[in-house]
Design a binder for this molecule. Structure first.
Ligand SMILES: NC(=O)c1ccc[n+]([C@@H]2O[C@H](COP(=O)([O-])OP(=O)(O)OC[C@H]3O[C@@H](n4cnc5c(N)ncnc54)[C@H](OP(=O)(O)O)[C@@H]3O)[C@@H](O)[C@H]2O)c1
Length: 347
């Protein structure tokens, strides 16, 4: 965004204009819904790939717009771009948009990892060492996001997991640093996007649950990077097993955490409440989180318990993968980048 245009926006002369590239996918549709009713931006272009030429309402009848999906041909005529594309597709687009002075929020994994080696290991694609953007998890990196012109929105599992551990790792309790984290998380099927795969079909998934990529999911390195800043060999052992269940939306995470010494639940609750004091979407709950409590919202609900057997800390966190795990968090980031209240248009 040019300086003059930015000033005009800040003075309230003009609502910033927004486009979504990848608008026909699940995250893109959620972005469309949120941005259509956002009070301080104007949604202009909705770009798609195979669905280009179709009316938005033909695919998503609940969206209140007459817009038609367009093919993206390198246009840079709006102020802000959200990219909700499959991994790999944003790598060339983000630099072009940033070069044209646009604000960019990328939802893919393309720009999350600082290490090209980790990136090619987990995404099976090489990338340039410079292809890194600030990791836009507002509860941890608000100031970096505020300064940035282009950011990388976190993954959905990563959001739920990082928010459930961060207070114990980023600000360890005295003599109680984290020794190990064993984490399992269940995702709704929309986490895999809109394109159909046999193993995700109703007849395969109804009444079923399945673990996959145990110990090797691509969100593991971004979780460790966000918690340990620059190293992939954290000071604690970490194991993550993702699972898929017959829900449309939601991420439900259970973290079993060994601390150096036992800390009572009430003290950990107080620590989490302090840590997230200025984070409007992180809610520390006395009751057990449920997907139904966070579905269609940008909240992350966190509950702290402990094992009666070995005293380990058990943390449960829940989000909506398409909102706090994708579109809602992306809009939260846009709000921060534009200097708006981060909850603007999201409550
Ligand atoms: N789903 C989630 O819960 C979630 C959460 C966090 C992050 N993300 C990330 O957000 C991104 C989008 O995910 P999604 O689940 O919304 O995916 P999706 O439902 O599969 O949608 C993908 C979008 O990208 C477009 N597209 C596909 N191939 C393309 C190509 N070769 N060139 C240009 N456009 C192409 C599709 O257009 P057509 O439909 O017109 O072909 C569609 O608009 C992914 O990187 C994903 O990892 C997803």
């Amino acid at each position: 965004m040019g300086m003059q245009c930015h000033k005009k926006i800040m003075r309230g002369y003009k609502k910033p204009t927004v486009s979504i590239i990848g608008a026909s996918g699940y995250s893109g549709a959620e972005l469309t819904k949120i941005l259509l009713s956002h009070p301080s931006v104007k949604l202009e272009k909705l770009y798609a790939h195979t669905q280009a030429g179709k009316k938005v309402q033909d695919i998503y009848p609940s969206l209140d717009t007459d817009a038609v999906f367009e093919p993206y041909n390198g246009e840079t005529d709006t102020d802000i771009y959200f990219l909700a594309l499959p991994h790999g597709e944003a790598l060339s687009l983000v630099p072009q948009l940033a070069e044209a002075g646009k604000l960019v929020i990328d939802l893919s994994g393309d720009f999350r990892l600082k290490s090209p080696k980790e990136h090619s290991k987990y995404y099976k694609k090489d990338k340039d060492p410079d292809a890194v953007l600030p990791y836009a998890l507002p509860e941890l990196f608000h100031d970096e996001i505020k300064q940035a012109k282009a950011v990388s929105n976190p993954g959905c599992y990563a959001t739920s997991i990082i928010l459930g551990i961060a207070p114990l790792v980023k600000k360890p309790l005295k003599n109680a640093s984290v020794k190990s984290v064993n984490c399992s998380a269940i995702s709704g099927i929309s986490g895999a996007g809109r394109s159909g795969k046999v193993e995700l079909s109703f007849s395969e998934m109804s009444g079923n649950i399945r673990a996959y990529k145990a110990g090797k999911h691509q969100h593991t390195p971004e979780i460790l990077q966000a918690l340990d800043t620059d190293t992939f060999t954290p000071s604690f052992s970490f194991m993550f097993t993702p699972m898929i269940a017959p829900l449309v939306r939601g991420i439900y995470t259970v973290l079993n955490i060994q601390l150096e010494k036992h800390i009572p639940v009430s003290q950990i609750e107080g620590h989490f409440t302090d840590f997230y004091r200025s984070a409007p979407f992180a809610r520390i709950r006395k009751s057990m989180p449920e997907i139904q409590h966070v579905a269609y919202t940008n909240f992350c609900d966190i509950h702290i318990a402990e094992s009666a057997e070995n005293g380990s800390t058990v943390i449960i966190s829940a989000i909506d993968n398409l909102i706090k795990g994708a579109a809602g968090q992306a809009v939260q980031n846009m709000n921060i980048m534009l200097g708006y209240d981060e909850t603007h248009g999201l409550l």
